[in-house]
Ligand binder design. Structure first.
Ligand code: UD1
Ligand code: CA
Length: 464
């Protein structure tokens, strides 16, 4: 069997009206990525080079998103799937010795193995066309597969053109095909829009191939692999399947999920062995978590690097942050962008950090705001400490050198530096740098007025 070249065409010119969205359908996201990203990955896994994507609606947005990952064919008017592939064929040029795989930009769940099986069967049986089909209880608006009494595929009839008996057919067209390149351009050019929708149907090429006495292959796939996104309900269905696949993969790699159905996790997320994920965690974007971590109930991580042996406690939110080995965060902590927690750092409940770098073993255990700060190793930041980093115009930096002790309820008015090993007394408002090993205090001295409370109570009881 001689090796034929593979070209991939991705159809993505339609707007997707049933999404009721200002954004084109293929740029809607599921599992943390745009639908079209999954299809581009599939295509690349099979052919190893950029496919031709047919674009029309919102073409600038699609092109900006996909960039160099595709070559583009413009379809000015959406005259039908046959017309769309013809535009792609014009960009592809000479197709002798090539097979053309057509994918839809809104069908993201097909596994590369399934497509490979389709291509293999197409090649080994010498079919003129092969396609993916599925068998549904409710065939809805899908094109119906019409087979001969011997079981050979003869043609596809669109639901809107189908007779009552054809509408009973439960095997339907998934919209994924392989064509032999030799006849494709001519077959597409000869399509007629004489049908219920007045469109050039790609599906009519099947009947053309049969008239030439070519055979047509049909690989019956699991419906989930052929699921196309037409509505928000379909999008949610795709999201659920992507999350299910991610969690299945992570469990097979040694991650425990205490209640997997409740967890939301993006496809790019990586998690190490023996980490335990509690219910209702949401782990998004480009997040990597090491081994032996605990990701607590309702934790929300986005684009984070988390080391090993880290505990992220209940309700913690972290974004664009790095958390090193052995750190403990939360419950209910908020790490905003640029937070970097060193080894064994502790950031406790109701602590907010932003652009703050914590050295090894530093602690801010309760109720603090630490922003635009460098916190040295071993510092201890008392409850209620606030870095006053903003003067209404500019952000300023707070630097605590190693081993600094900040008493509770301190305000550090930036720009400010506290030298190595210094202490700041509780309740201070620090506006001047503190030298190493000093104690800084800004409290007014305490005054006790003996008997004052007793006298006040006496006065009040006299008035009644
Ligand atoms: C198509 C098939 C149908 C199949 C179904 C599977 C045809 C005629 N029918 O129907 O048999 O069961 O897919 O999902 O092909 N597109 C363009 N340009 C166009 C028209 C469509 O790029 O002019 C793109 C769309 O953006 C979409 C894909 O082609 O990505 C399919 O188009 P759509 O209108 O959804 O086709 P269906 O009516 O669903
Ligand atoms: Ca469709």
């Amino acid at each position: 069997m001689s090796q034929r070249r593979l070209e991939v065409v991705i159809l993505a010119a339609g707007q997707g009206k049933r999404m009721k969205s200002r954004r084109i359908k293929v740029l809607h996201r599921a599992g943390g990525r745009a639908l079209i990203d999954y299809v581009l990955d599939m295509s690349f896994a099979l052919s190893g080079h950029a496919p031709v994507m047919v674009i029309g609606h919102d073409r600038d947005a699609v092109r900006a998103h996909c960039g160099e990952r595709a070559r583009y064919a413009m379809q000015e008017q959406q005259l039908g799937t046959g017309h769309a592939v013809l535009e792609a064929v014009r960009v592809l040029g000479e197709l002798d010795g090539a097979d053309v795989l057509v994918l839809s930009g809104d069908v993201p769940l097909t596994r590369p193995e399934t497509l490979r099986a389709l291509l293999d069967e197409h090649a080994s049986r010498g079919h003129g066309v092969s396609m993916m089909t599925m068998v549904l209880d409710d065939a809805g608006s899908y094109g119906r597969i019409v087979r001969s009494p011997e079981g050979n595929v003869e043609r596809i009839v669109e639901a809107k053109d189908a007779s009552n008996s054809e509408l009973q057919i439960r095997e339907v067209n998934a919209g994924i095909y392989v064509f032999r390149g030799e006849h494709l351009a001519a077959d597409l050019a000869s399509l007629s829009p004489a049908n219920a929708q007045g469109e050039y149907y790609l599906t009519d090429v099947i009947a053309t191939a049969r008239h030439r006495r070519e055979t047509v292959g049909a690989l019956i796939a699991e419906p989930i692999e052929a699921l196309g996104v037409n509505s928000r309900a379909d999008l949610a269905h795709v999201e659920r399947e992507l999350v299910r696949r991610s969690i299945a993969r992570l469990m097979s790699e040694g991650v425990t999920f205490r209640n997997p159905e409740s967890v939301t996790i993006d496809t790019a997320v990586r998690i190490g062995q023996d980490t335990i994920v509690y219910p209702f965690a949401v782990i998004e974007g480009d997040t990597t978590i090491g081994s032996d971590c605990v990701i607590g109930p309702g934790a929300h991580l986005k684009n984070c690097r988390v080391g090993s042996g880290v505990e992220i406690k209940t309700g913690t939110v972290a974004e664009d942050s790095t958390i090193a080995d052995g750190a403990a965060v939360g419950p209910y902590a908020h790490l905003r962008g640029g937070s970097v927690l060193g080894e064994k750092v502790k950031v406790g409940n109701f602590v907010e950090t932003k652009k703050a770098v914590f050295g090894k073993g530093a602690k801010a255990s309760h109720l603090s705001y630490i922003g635009d700060a460098e916190i040295g190793a071993g510092c201890n930041i008392g409850a209620g400490t606030i870095t006053c980093n903003y003067d209404g115009v500019h952000k300023h930096k707070t630097v605590l050198e190693d081993g600094v002790f900040i008493g509770s309820d301190t305000q550090l008015v930036a720009p400010i530096r506290v030298g190595k090993g210094a202490y700041v007394g509780a309740g201070s408002t620090i506006t001047k740098d503190v030298p190493a090993d000093a104690l800084a205090l800004t409290r007014t001295p305490q005054r006790n007025i003996e008997g004052w409370a007793a006298r006040k109570r006496e006065q009040q009881s006299g008035k009644e």
